[in-house]
Ligand binder design. Structure first.
Ligand SMILES: *Cc1c(COP(=O)(O)O)cnc(C)c1O
Length: 212
């Protein structure tokens, strides 16, 4: 990882857009390097890998850990115990379980609901109609705070197509009066900014290619 590269990207991002450094597959020494540059938000997609790194660097203050991976029900307790943000909540049942577990653990995780705006059998996410149907119920769940929506665009779209899908996410978040949109990865973050992203999830563009 080149620090100068990180700083260059950081400088290009508008001030109202936050940068989540996706550190999955990346060694803790690299996380420490970025932390020393003022990066406090790190994203991981596997609980076991994340907890190993969290233990090693537990003395670093004010790190916010974000869970961005597919949520397995049996991992929800570990996720609630070890992450401040959960970006990848893709069903009513998982949100309900997060709420119940958070009450037991005395936590209040910040939540992004993952929504799918195009057909993609390999990706999770609420259908937007279903989300609207369930919204009133979900918005009442205790011991969590729904901050926004998260979406992942399919690969290989044109710039225009990316913007169009990201704008759908922004529009739905606005309708639900949610401040945050977690959208934009290394290949499409500029389009996401244009469409109103508030959290960019950037991995390879910062750390270089990872091993997994
Ligand atoms: C891996 C991952 C990212 C980062 O991807 P890059 O293309 O390396 O920036 C962002 N979001 C999610 C959900 C991921 O799994």
């Amino acid at each position: 990882m080149e620090i100068s590269n990180y700083l260059k990207i950081k400088n290009k991002i508008p001030l109202n857009v936050k940068l989540l450094a996706v550190s999955k597959g990346i060694n803790f020494t690299e996380i420490k390097k970025l932390y020393s540059q003022g990066q406090n938000d790190f994203g991981e997609s596997k609980t076991k890998e994340a907890m190993q790194k969290q233990l090693i660097i537990k003395d670093l203050r004010n790190i916010n850990w974000h869970f961005i991976g597919k949520i397995q029900s049996n991992k929800i307790r570990k996720i609630v115990q070890n992450f401040e943000y959960i970006h990848s909540v893709d069903s009513y049942e998982k949100l309900l379980k997060i709420s119940n577990v958070a009450a037991e653990e005395n936590k209040t995780p910040l939540i992004m609901l993952q929504v799918k705006f195009s057909f993609d059998p390999n990706k999770g996410g609420f259908d937007s109609k279903l989300l609207l149907e369930k919204w009133c119920d979900m918005n009442k769940f205790k011991n969590l705070k729904i901050k926004g929506l998260m979406t992942i665009n399919p690969r290989g779209l044109s710039s225009k197509e990316n913007i169009k899908l990201f704008k759908k996410c922004r529009k739905l978040a606005d309708e639900l009066q949610l401040p945050d949109c977690s959208m934009g990865m290394s290949g499409d973050w500029e389009e996401a900014v244009e469409a109103g992203s508030t959290w960019l999830r950037l991995g390879s563009i910062i750390f270089g290619n990872r091993t997994n």
